[in-house]
Design a protein around this ligand. Structure first.
Ligand SMILES: CC(C)(COP(=O)(O)OP(=O)(O)OC[C@H]1O[C@@H](n2cnc3c(N)ncnc32)[C@H](O)[C@@H]1OP(=O)(O)O)[C@@H](O)C(=O)NCCC(=O)NCCS
Length: 131
């Protein structure tokens, strides 16, 4: 089950204390924040932190816990985000092959290099444009 958490339905996640606190902090600092949280068998499998900025979305963070990797969970989160039907952008470390492959699988293109973006390591700006 994917929960789409915004400031007005935060209570849906309050029994998962760690992620609840993290989300609360984000909402304090980012008025555009949203979280897609994947819950399976009453466990938090992973989450996607995004900013929904009017007509576009930025992915800030995407994490699947180790035990659940390679089982399609990140893809499910991506599909949920893409269904919002807005252009989506993100930055990813250029040596993060799993993430780059994931984004390419969902139609994202590399459009620019951010030199030294991650403590000296380059980043790729990737974009998915809606038709
Ligand atoms: C990147 C990450 C989110 C992928 O999550 P996941 O749930 O394991 O991914 P999925 O099972 O949904 O895989 C979807 C696609 O991603 C790609 N992929 C995922 N893991 C991969 C790996 N280890 N090597 C190569 N490709 C990989 C594949 O294209 C895969 O499709 P396929 O199964 O048809 O080959 C996960 O590895 C993670 O949390 N990494 C650490 C945090 C991170 O780097 N986040 C992204 C920062 S921008």
């Amino acid at each position: 089950m994917i929960l789409d958490i915004r400031i007005d339905n935060l209570e849906l996640i309050n029994k998962f204390e760690d992620i609840y606190k993290m989300i609360l902090d984000s909402f304090d600092n980012n008025p555009y924040a949203g979280y897609l949280v994947y819950i399976d068998d009453r466990m938090v499998v992973g989450y996607l932190y995004y900013s929904d900025i009017y007509d576009r979305i930025e992915i800030n963070q995407l994490i699947i816990h180790d035990f659940y990797k390679r089982q399609g969970y990140a893809s499910e989160l991506m599909k949920h985000l893409i269904a919002k039907n807005k252009n989506i952008s993100l930055e990813v470390k250029c040596d993060n092959i799993p993430a780059i492959k994931l984004y390419e699988k969902h139609g994202f293109k590399k459009v620019a290099i951010r030199e030294g973006y991650y403590d000296g390591i380059d980043g790729h700006l990737m974009i998915l444009e809606m038709k």
